[in-house]
Design a protein around this ligand. Structure first.
Ligand SMILES: [Mg+2]
Length: 188
């Protein structure tokens, strides 16, 4: 008997944002590839632009030896804007949470699932699909509350599920390590 399906909704790690993700610790765990969700993970949903800070972060990940790609259920032109800006491969209209969507990304990275972490903001698409595919899963807090109507509904269910995980001690609050865009700046 397979494990209960809802266990696939519990992420391995939970961070406030991608900038808080501990890439060194992922490397130490044998992770060599990152599959990144786009909307509300790398930029605000639908309207968010790629920021220089994001390119720095991806550059840092590459410098650490990670292979990086985007896997998004969003539209082609939007995904292309980010893959060009970040100089990484990507897949639009990916079909998450289906496993074939993740398998396609794994083939592109040429890595086994056990060496790849999926970073995303939705437990029913990013985390569920990634975990069933055998990847390590990293949940981040969504960047904006603006979303597709359907997603807004799903979010209510998601928040209820997360509250239950907190209550049961299966998940802690999101870890925040990054001081934020303002925090690191010395004013004077
Ligand atoms: Mg997302």
């Amino acid at each position: 008997m397979a494990r209960p399906f809802w266990l696939n909704l519990v992420p391995d790690e939970y961070f406030q944002s991608i900038y808080d993700v501990d890439l060194d610790s992922l490397r130490a765990k044998g992770i060599a590839g990152l599959i990144l969700d786009l909307d509300n993970t790398l930029a605000a949903w639908h309207f968010g632009e790629p920021e220089p800070r994001l390119a720095e972060w991806v550059g840092g990940a590459k410098a650490l030896g990670f292979r990086v790609c985007i896997l998004s259920n969003g539209r082609g032109p939007r995904v292309e804007l980010f893959t060009r800006f970040l100089d990484i491969p990507g897949q639009a209209r990916a079909g998450k949470p289906f496993r074939w969507a993740f398998r396609r990304a794994l083939r592109r990275l040429e890595l086994p699932a056990s060496e790849v972490a999926v970073i995303g903001d939705q437990i029913f698409t990013d985390i569920f699909g990634a975990k069933r595919s055998g990847c390590r899963t990293v949940l981040v807090v969504p960047l904006s509350r603006r979303e597709f109507v359907w997603t807004r509904f799903v979010r209510r269910v998601e928040r209820a599920v997360l509250r239950r995980f907190f209550a049961k001690g299966r998940l802690g609050q999101p870890v925040r390590r990054d001081p934020g865009p303002e925090g690191g700046v010395t004013r004077g």
